[in-house]
Design a protein around this ligand. Structure first.
Ligand SMILES: [Zn+2]
Length: 705
């Protein structure tokens, strides 16, 4: 299901799951669900062999002091990180985000083991999180049941005799999170953020993004062959003969390729104007002759809507044409595959392992699947995140970190106000509107004011697949029930334990879950300098998203509304073009360069965020009488500040992950998030005594905010 919100996040998208599934702009909900399902496999119901500890906010062991910071600041701040942090076999990469994710997963696991072991005196939420975990961990029961839990749905797919039956069946599958044919969900109306409307959008692909089907070159040819082999294997495991499965997989590949050709790229999906086409339902249905869309809506448990956002209008006529042209047998095999890949984590190991082999090992280079306890802990977080998060917050969220965050957010918003006043390229009229938008930004820190009610969601201790399906149905119904209702501004798009943060354009809010408010990002043992460089730059990043190339198109009330003068937009675009060209020149892996346009919003946010954090720190240091010349551990406060920023993104990543990330993820690889932003920082040269013209202080630099 799609939440339809544009969420701009901090961490990169596929990391937590070790799966390179593309994150559609509009599908924040889909990723949580998709991820939870794609990521499961069962080996041993093992318990942590190691104990995870956080990386401190200032990590001198990762620095390479032999490197001149003016020549290569990433190497200076992070040069020894990779050697000190070999990538565990069950991860596609390691960095500060992943390190803290492991710590949090371990914490969640402790909560869940206790809840799973509890008796009849458990609270209703404890019963749900405990039994979900228990069923997920019970691989013996999962093996013993084989495909039986999926059989009713496989029979429904097998039993259709006419394409007229597809809308109801596709609705039933999508309601359980199966990515069949297209996406449907709920969103705030881009042009009237007080309204919640339905959205229909391209989808249905098994590879991460449209260009995986269309790009030429040996690497992509190989991935396509591997995908066909993977689909063949999954269908064979589910009972097809190898010959039939291969024929079906090839036909599925052709069908998906046709859908891909009619799809927008991840880069085009970033522009809100490209994906907003509000239309009466009759107009939408006129594009799909012979399709009874009402039956789909009923099966999805959606209200019968009078209008919707047809986000990708070019897609649907082609989809209908391809469905009409396809053999019913091919469409059945396609839905069977989509159902199997969605369910793989709760099926016997042979399905789970094959699914991981393609999405984890081949696409991300991860040699081994994460142990079951990690995957089950995080799928409870995906399914029941606010029930689990409530306990997590009680046990692990220190009150003083919230107070400090409130102060930092205030400092950084004040810095943005000064930044808007000072910039020389924006007209006074647009400055007034920019400051109005800044004033309207809502700050959400830690966890929601009111917790989600899961009382209608049934969780059983012995039904791993059914629990996942019911959780997906519950979430789907919860999202779709919003259509036509007023917006709940207290709602969160992430769960409290997540090591991430986001900005939502329609809500005009910045959100920092409790999970990220810990070392290394916020370290109460460190001085402000380190913390403003670390989490302060993350706060600035989210705030800047309200004013990046996408965010600038929305006003303070969350409406897509051009509040800029034409001249100001022209000057803004000149500045963002500079950033797009800068990052577009970085070679990420082999011959694959960073996509400057796909990553433009994130890179703008990194640059602006770091500058705002710097301004905020300077102001805070002045207020508190910090001696900016005094050294600690050999570094001045401003040196600590920049090292803190860089260490957010110290990384050790597998090349396969970097390739998948560069092709699908709007975030630049970690390394470039350091270099790309540092070279544009006006305060950096003085902090390290670098000469103009040195590699980190180029003569020409970029500046948006
Ligand atoms: Zn971001």
């Amino acid at each position: 299901m799609l939440s339809g919100q544009i969420l701009r996040i901090t961490g990169h998208a596929g990391r937590r799951v070790g799966i390179g599934m593309a994150i559609a702009l509009v599908s924040a909900g889909a990723w949580t669900a998709g991820v939870a399902q794609q990521g499961k496999v069962a080996t041993e119901p093992g318990i942590p062999a190691e104990v995870y500890v956080p990386i401190p906010g200032f990590d001198k062991t990762s620095m390479d002091m032999a490197v001149n910071p003016c020549n290569d600041f990433y190497k200076f701040a992070c040069g020894k990180f990779a050697a000190n942090h070999p990538i565990p076999a069950d991860q596609p990469d390691v960095d500060e985000f992943y390190a803290l994710y492991n710590v949090n997963t371990q914490s969640l696991n402790g909560i869940l083991k206790k809840a799973a072991a509890g008796g009849a005196d458990r609270s209703p939420d404890e019963q749900k999180i405990g039994d979900y975990y228990k069923a997920c961990m019970n691989t013996d029961a999962i093996e013993a049941k084989g495909l039986a839990p999926l059989q009713p749905l496989l029979d429904s797919i097998d039993g259709i005799t006419s394409k007229d039956q597809l809308p109801a069946l596709v609705g039933e599958l999508q309601r359980m999170g199966v990515n069949a044919f297209f996406g449907f969900g709920e969103q705030q109306d881009f042009k009237d953020a007080t309204k919640q409307i339905a959205i229909v959008v391209q989808g249905g692909l098994g590879l991460p993004e449209k260009d995986y089907y269309l790009r030429t070159g040996a690497k992509d040819e190989t991935i396509r062959q591997q995908y066909v082999a993977h689909v063949t294997k999954m269908l064979t495991l589910a009972g097809s003969s190898p010959e039939q499965a291969l024929k079906d997989a090839q036909a599925i590949m052709s069908f998906e390729t046709a859908l891909a050709k009619a799809s927008l790229s991840v880069t085009d999906m970033r522009d809100p104007e490209n994906i907003y086409h509000l239309q009466p339902i009759a107009t939408f249905e006129a594009n799909m002759p012979g399709v009874d869309f009402g039956k789909f809506l009923d099966a999805m448990h959606s209200p019968r809507v009078g209008e919707l956002n047809n986000a990708t209008p070019a897609f649907f006529p082609v989809m209908v044409k391809e469905v009409d042209a396809a053999d019913l047998k091919t469409l059945k095999a396609y839905m069977r595959y989509q159902l199997l890949t969605t369910s793989a984590g709760r099926l016997p190991k042979r399905f789970d392992a094959e699914n991981f082999d393609f999405y984890g090992r081949i696409l991300n280079g991860q040699p081994e699947q994460a142990p079951r306890w990690k995957r089950c802990s995080n799928s409870v977080n995906g399914a029941l995140g606010e029930a689990l998060g409530k306990v997590y917050v009680e046990q692990y969220f220190a009150g003083d970190s919230k107070a400090k965050m409130v102060q930092m957010v205030g400092d950084i918003e004040a810095a943005m106000g000064r930044d808007i006043d000072q910039i020389d390229w924006m007209s006074p009229a647009t400055k007034v509107r920019a400051k109005e938008k800044l004033h309207d930004v809502a700050n959400k820190i830690g966890y929601p004011d009111k917790w989600r009610d899961y009382s209608k969601l049934e969780i059983r201790p012995d039904d791993a697949l059914g629990n996942a399906q019911r959780a997906d149905q519950f979430e789907n119904d919860r999202q779709l029930a919003k259509i036509g209702k007023p917006v709940d501004h207290s709602e969160w798009g992430m769960t409290p334990p997540e090591v991430n943060a986001y900005y939502n354009s329609s809500m005009n809010d910045i959100n920092f879950p409790a999970g990220i408010l810990q070392p290394a990002f916020y370290d109460p043992k460190q001085d402000d300098a380190v913390n403003y460089g670390h989490i302060g730059a993350v706060i600035g990043h989210e705030l800047t998203h309200g004013f990046d190339d996408e965010g600038k198109k929305f006003d303070g009330k969350g409406n897509l509304d051009d509040w800029w003068t034409a001249e100001d937009t022209k000057k803004f675009v000149e500045r963002t073009d500079c950033v797009a060209n800068e990052y577009g020149s970085f070679v990420a892996v082999d011959d694959v360069k960073v996509n400057g346009k796909l990553t433009l919003g994130e890179n703008t946010a990194d640059n602006g965020g770091l500058l705002l954090a710097y301004m905020a720190y300077m102001d805070r240091a002045k207020k508190e009488g910090v001696d900016l010349a005094a050294k600690k551990d050999g570094f001045t406060p401003l040196q600590h500040f920049y090292i803190g920023y860089a260490q957010n993104y110290c990384e050790n990543s597998r090349p396969e992950l970097i390739r998948t990330q560069v092709l699908t993820d709007p975030h630049s690889p970690d390394h470039f998030r350091v270099t790309g932003a540092i070279v544009n920082q006006p305060g950096f040269a003085a902090a390290f005594g670098c000469k103009k013209g040195s590699p980190m202080v180029p003569v020409n630099s970029c500046r948006v905010w």
